[in-house]
Write a protein that binds this ligand. Structure first.
Ligand SMILES: *[C@@H]1O[C@H](CO)[C@@H](O)[C@H](O)[C@H]1NC(C)=O
Ligand SMILES: *[C@@H]1O[C@H](CO)[C@@H](O)[C@H](O)[C@H]1NC(C)=O
Ligand SMILES: *[C@@H]1O[C@H](CO)[C@@H](O)[C@H](O)[C@H]1NC(C)=O
Length: 325
């Protein structure tokens, strides 16, 4: 199922997910079935809340730090999940001091700093009420106006990026080169060096292709091996690009909607380092070695969009010898 279908199905479950007091974390919808996970902390004691909904009926399983498990069934219209509920994946830490360090050592709840904030009130900001990180951030979307011709007019040099399953830090000489093949198809040539700027080229495997599902929304692309059907491709959303629509010098790409709350406790990110599709965050520039201000500007923009900057690792571009375009 495509990510966009999943998004649409997810919207149908908005009512059901409201049960979680707006703390949607990572909802996976599989043909009429939705699963969501969140953390609920009341007076500093956290519980793992997992809700599965199918055919309008929802089952919520709450596992408390003390190990007690309660299961409630509802038709999706009842409120529940505690009065303080915040997204968190993985969950709270399993001891009772709410600090995310699993001092009890039982491993029942993997670490979850800073959602478990160490103050006993579980709010992460000191003495007040709980905060909620909603992912994806309200209103998050790819660019409304996007010029694919301009985006594919020159190679892109990645300045910072998240770890992805096919590329592990430290990152060197990462370049993305796009050649538009048709109004909705782009051939993708990614290159990078391993181990250092003089290191061997990363063997990228089969050629990649990007396709636009809906020609009306060209900023939502999908990328995958050219030999596979596009239904198996992963989301690639251009969420920011500038300075003008006929000439892009910088941009931000997210691996689709950022549905995962950031580990830093701020912002959201698309997928995780072990996911192939629907994961990743990249800061692009036309200049291999742009000014520090340009990179800072992109980071500030990503933060404004509600993205989690803590996943970003620098890419060394200084001193690279790039393969022919
Ligand atoms: C859901 O449950 C509530 C309370 O149990 C009930 O009032 C309501 O009519 C039910 N709605 C549906 C659609 O079954
Ligand atoms: C938390 O929020 C509730 C409801 O909005 C409010 O009544 C209460 O005073 C708040 N507590 C603190 C410590 O801000
Ligand atoms: C898109 O970019 C191309 C290449 O720079 C330019 O020729 C064209 O005018 C742009 N179209 C729009 C609508 O900005």
């Amino acid at each position: 199922m495509s990510r966009s279908m999943r998004m649409r199905t997810r919207i149908e479950f908005v009512v059901v997910l409201a049960v979680l007091v707006g703390s949607l974390v990572s909802a996976q919808t599989i043909t009429g079935r939705s699963e969501s996970k969140s953390q609920s902390c009341v007076n500093g004691v956290c519980s793992k809340v997992e809700t599965t909904c199918e055919g309008g009926k929802c089952t919520t399983t709450t596992t408390s730090e003390d190990g007690s498990v309660t299961t409630t069934e509802s038709n999706g219209t009842e409120a529940g999940g505690g009065d303080v509920s915040r997204p968190c994946f993985p969950f709270c830490d399993g001891d009772d001091n709410d600090d995310g360090d699993d001092a009890s050592g039982d491993g029942a709840f993997p670490p979850c700093f800073p959602f478990c904030d160490g103050e006993g009130d579980a709010d992460a900001i000191g003495g007040g009420n709980s905060t909620t990180t909603e992912c994806p951030p309200a209103g998050f979307d790819s660019l409304k106006d996007f010029n694919l011709t301009a985006w594919t007019a020159h190679p892109w040099y990645i300045q910072k990026q998240a770890e992805v399953v096919y590329q592990k830090p430290p990152f060197f000489c990462v370049r993305a080169n796009y050649k538009q093949a048709s109004p909705t198809e782009v051939n993708v040539y990614n290159t990078a060096s391993l181990e250092g700027v003089d290191g061997p080229q990363q063997n990228d495997g089969p050629p990649l292709k990007a396709v636009i599902d809906d020609p009306a929304v060209p900023s939502k692309l999908k990328v995958g091996p050219a030999f596979l059907p596009p239904s198996m491709y992963g989301d690639y959303w251009v969420v920011y690009a500038g300075p003008s629509e006929d000439k892009y010098e910088y941009g931000i790409v997210s691996g689709g909607p950022p549905t995962v709350p950031g580990a830093s406790g701020e912002g959201c990110v698309a997928g995780g380092p072990n996911e192939l599709n629907g994961a990743g965050l990249w800061l692009f520039t036309e200049d291999p070695n742009p000014s520090e201000e340009t990179v800072k500007m992109l980071e500030a923009k990503a933060k404004d969009l509600g993205l989690d900057l803590s996943v970003l690792e620098p890419v060394v571009q200084e001193g690279c010898t790039y393969p022919p375009e």
